[in-house]
Structure formats: structure tokens, C-alpha cells
Unconditional design. Structure first.
Length: 469
């Protein structure tokens, strides 16, 4: 009988366990999770804080009971203390009883996920301890944010990526005075180029959100709250100024939780476990460990636009990787197709979506890239209503291969990002995309779809540049 140990059970752990049991229902699967819940959709925290969630229990798509019914042995509220990868054993503590037990395994699945990045900044630990500041990652964080924002008048969000931007948007819609701070020059700077970030920033300003971009936070300290009571508020000090509110929420990214095995397997510099196309880990000397698998926020993904192994913690990546573990845990069978890190965000009535890399990132990686941007109505103006879409396409000037694209509109443009994701994975050039057949029907699109128009603009820009050489 084959025994599998699964360490960690959020998205990757849940789907890995399910996929293994589907392929091998007679195997013994021990799942270790230090929390009392699994499968929490943390991407919904901002919506919950903004009072747009019908029932927070519906933010869990699985449960320990469901995995038990499928055949897994669940060790909830159990923390794994150490793992001997070569010796195929682990020690774990039952957090309810304090009992420490040793378990042996034939196969190991590391889905320990990530933890919210906690910058080493003066005063932050004390403010977190006192509850004037909070992180944003798991169900406990979500409960704290929802409770803490019930009666406050002001909030500071540190970090203007997806998490911070969504929190700032949702809390501002409740009439809470909101300040958004980031060390980067623009909102969502790692996800979009200026054609989109300019619109996002204007949308925030239109809703009275104070933006403090290009400002590195250097300290936190307690202060007077909006109720006039000392110690009920917090001041965030940046290199350029000070901002005071009733609560600060820290959302500056994630770091992989891999300290249990990071000395025993090959990792990137900051700890993400490097996996091959079959989700297998390797020794530090790069020898494949055919019995050790990793997925999700604890592992790398193969990023197709740059053909490199990278850390891209997204639930979609975690799920797709984890589903392959069941297929490959006995022998390598189905290879991972890689990712384009396609994602989207809704801020007020502005929808934004992207796939691949930005022009700024391409240039920082010394890729000879170019971009084209268009703004045009998504459907004909003889319709009673339409609205403009801003779209940007990035491509490699040497190969003409598509590297990424971004879209923004007061219209659902999410499927356009999915289309670009398929194009990148299929190694389309801008010419391939310009020639792709897309339907026309005035309820939905112009005679030339805006994605086609964007690709044609890119081709024309490329051709004009070549003609001038």
C-alpha cells in the first residue's frame, strides 16, 4: 500500500489530494493542516470587507469532511515540525493535545503555501500585536479585517498590488476615508503599463482615495484615533510624509513557506521549490526526486512569456499544478503546460485584465520588446450604448512572439486576457493574432474585434519601423 503525506491544504493541497485519490483510490493519503479549515478563497477578502459576500462560509469550496469522505485521513490543527526528505518521515504536533507523532511516507506532496510578506519596518510588529495593523491572507486575517472595519472612519492600505487595490476600493465604497501607499511609482505597477495604471489611479482619485505612490514606508507608530482616543489610531511614516488612520492593512505580497524542506530541495533564492514539468522537486544538486512533489504558492511555475521558472503565487496556478500531481505521482505522464499568469481586477466600474508581461518588465529583463496601444469602442456606435476599451499588446521584436497584453474598460474584457493567454501558450506572433478569425455581431463586437485591431496595429507599427531601417 502506497502512503502519501500532503503537507498544507489550501488550494494546492486540496486539489492535489483530490487528484491523487481520483487516480489511486486505494492509496493512504495523510493530509496535515495546521489551521481548522481548508480551501479558503482569500481573493474574496476585499469583497467581504466591502459587504459584497452573501455568506463567508461559501468562501470555502471544500472541507475536511469532504476529503475524508473521498478517502483522505485529515490531520487538522496539526503542525508539521520537521521533514526528513531522504528518510521519508516527518514529525508533527497535534495543536489541540500537544502530542508529537512520527509519520512515514512513500510519496511527499509539499503544498505549504505562502505567508503574507511582513517587511522589517520599525514599529510594525508592535502595531500588529496591538491590532492597529493587520496582515491580509487567511480566514483569521479576513475575520479581523471585517470586524476591525465595522466602525472605523479611516484606513491606510500599504501595498497597491491586487490585494491592496481591491481593499482600498471596497473600503472606500463604504465611506471610509482611505489612503493607499506603495513604494512603486504607480498603482498595480507590476501588473499593467501606464495605459492602464493611469486610468486606475484616476478612478481612485474620482472616489476620494488618497494615493501615496513612490513612497517607501519607514515606520509605524500608535496615534490618536478618529474617536479622539490616544492609541486607537496608527500613523504610517513614509520617506515623504506621514498618514494617520484608525487601521492599517498590510498587503505587500507573499513569500513561500518552505523552511521545512528548503535545505533539502532545490529552490529559488527566496525559497520557492523549483519543480519540473511533472511537479517533481529535486535535490540541491539538481537530481530529480521522483517521490517528492510540490505545487501552489510553495513552488515555482514555468512562465511561458520568458521561458523561465518563476514565483507567481496565484490560485489559478496552484490549482492547475496540483491537479497534475495525481496524474504524475506514480510515473511522469502529463506535463505542465506552463502559465501566463493571467489575472484581472475590478475597481469600481473599471475592469482590468492582463496576461503575460508588461513592457516595463520586458525592458527590465533586457528583452528587446515593443508595444502598441489602442482605444476604441468595443461595439459599433450605432448601438444605443457602447464604451471604449484601452488595450496594449507587447511583443518580442526579434521573433514577433506575443509576450503580453493588458485591457481596461467599463465593459467585461476578461475573456480578451484569456484569448491572449492562449495565444502566448501557443507561441503566436503578432501576425498570427492579426489573422485569427473572430466573429462579428454588433451586440458583442465591432466588424473588427478590438483584439484583432490591436494586433493589426502592432503589425503596422512593426512594418513601419522595419521600413524606416
Amino acid at each position: 500500500m502506497t502512503t502519501v503525506a500532503v503537507i498544507g491544504c489550501t488550494h494546492a493541497g486540496t486539489f492535489a489530494t483530490t487528484s491523487i485519490l481520483q487516480e489511486h483510490p486505494d492509496w493512504t493519503i495523510d493530509v496535515f493542516e495546521k489551521n481548522d479549515n481548508i480551501s479558503f478563497l482569500s481573493c474574496g477578502i476585499a469583497l467581504w470587507a466591502g459587504k459584497h459576500v452573501s455568506d463567508p462560509q461559501r468562501m470555502f469550496y471544500s472541507s475536511p469532511q469532504k476529503l475524508e469522505e473521498a478517502g483522505a485521513t485529515m490531520h487538522m490543527r496539526t503542525e508539521v515540525n520537521d521533514v526528513d526528505v531522504q528518510g521519508k518521515s516527518l514529525r508533527a504536533t497535534d495543536l489541540e493535545t500537544g502530542k508529537i507523532s512520527t509519520y512515514h511516507f512513500d510519496k511527499l506532496v509539499i503544498t505549504t503555501g505562502s505567508s503574507p510578506a511582513k517587511p522589517s519596518i520599525q514599529g510594525l510588529n508592535e502595531e500588529l500585536k496591538e491590532g492597529r495593523a493587520t496582515l491580509c491572507k487567511d480566514f483569521a486575517d479576513a475575520q479581523h479585517i471585517v470586524k476591525a472595519t465595522e466602525n472605523i472612519k479611516s484606513v491606510i492600505v500599504v501595498g497597491a498590488g491586487y490585494i491592496g487595490s481591491e481593499l482600498a476600493e471596497q473600503l472606500s465604497t463604504r465611506g471610509i476615508k482611505t489612503t493607499l501607499i506603495d513604494a512603486l511609482p504607480h498603482v498595480l505597477d507590476n501588473n499593467f503599463d501606464s495605459s492602464v495604471t493611469d486610468q486606475a489611479e484616476q478612478t481612485f482619485r474620482d472616489h476620494d482615495v488618497t494615493l501615496a505612490m513612490n513612497q517607501k514606508v519607514v515606520a509605524f507608530r500608535s496615534d490618536v484615533g478618529s474617536d479622539g482616543v490616544d492609541g486607537h489610531g496608527i500613523t504610517v511614516v513614509t520617506e515623504l510624509g506621514e498618514y494617520t488612520a484608525d487601521l492599517a492593512i498590510i498587503g505587500v505580497g507573499f513569500v513561500p513557506q518552505t523552511s521545512l524542506v528548503s535545505a533539502q530541495v532545490r529552490t529559488l533564492g527566496y525559497g520557492a521549490i523549483i519543480v519540473d514539468e511533472y511537479m517533481r522537486a529535486s535535490t540541491p544538486d539538481n537530481d530529480v526526486l521522483d517521490y517528492v512533489f510540490a505545487a501552489g504558492d510553495s513552488a515555482t511555475v514555468h512562465f511561458n512569456p520568458t521561458d523561465s521558472d518563476e514565483y507567481r503565487p496565484l490560485a489559478s496556478n496552484a490549482i492547475r499544478e496540483a491537479m497534475l500531481i495525481g496524474k504524475n505521482i506514480e510515473e511522469p505522464t502529463v506535463a505542465y503546460a506552463g502559465t501566463q499568469a493571467t489575472s484581472g481586477v475590478q475597481l469600481y466600474d473599471l475592469s482590468m485584465a492582463s496576461s503575460g508581461i508588461t513592457l516595463d518588465l520586458a525592458q527590465r529583463r533586457h528583452i528587446e520588446a515593443d508595444s502598441a496601444t489602442i482605444t476604441e469602442d468595443y461595439r459599433p456606435d450605432f448601438m444605443l450604448t457602447t464604451t471604449p476599451v484601452t488595450a496594449t499588446l507587447i511583443w518580442d521584436k526579434k521573433t514577433n512572439r506575443i509576450l503580453g497584453a493588458q485591457f481596461a474598460a467599463k465593459h467585461d474584457i476578461s475573456m480578451a486576457a484569456n484569448l491572449i493567454s492562449v495565444a502566448i501558450q501557443a507561441k503566436f506572433t503578432i501576425d498570427d493574432l492579426a489573422g485569427t478569425d473572430m466573429f462579428f455581431q454588433p451586440n458583442f463586437t465591432q466588424p473588427i474585434n478590438f483584439v484583432s485591431s490591436l494586433a493589426m496595429t502592432a503589425v503596422a507599427k512593426r512594418d513601419a519601423a522595419e521600413g524606416n531601417e
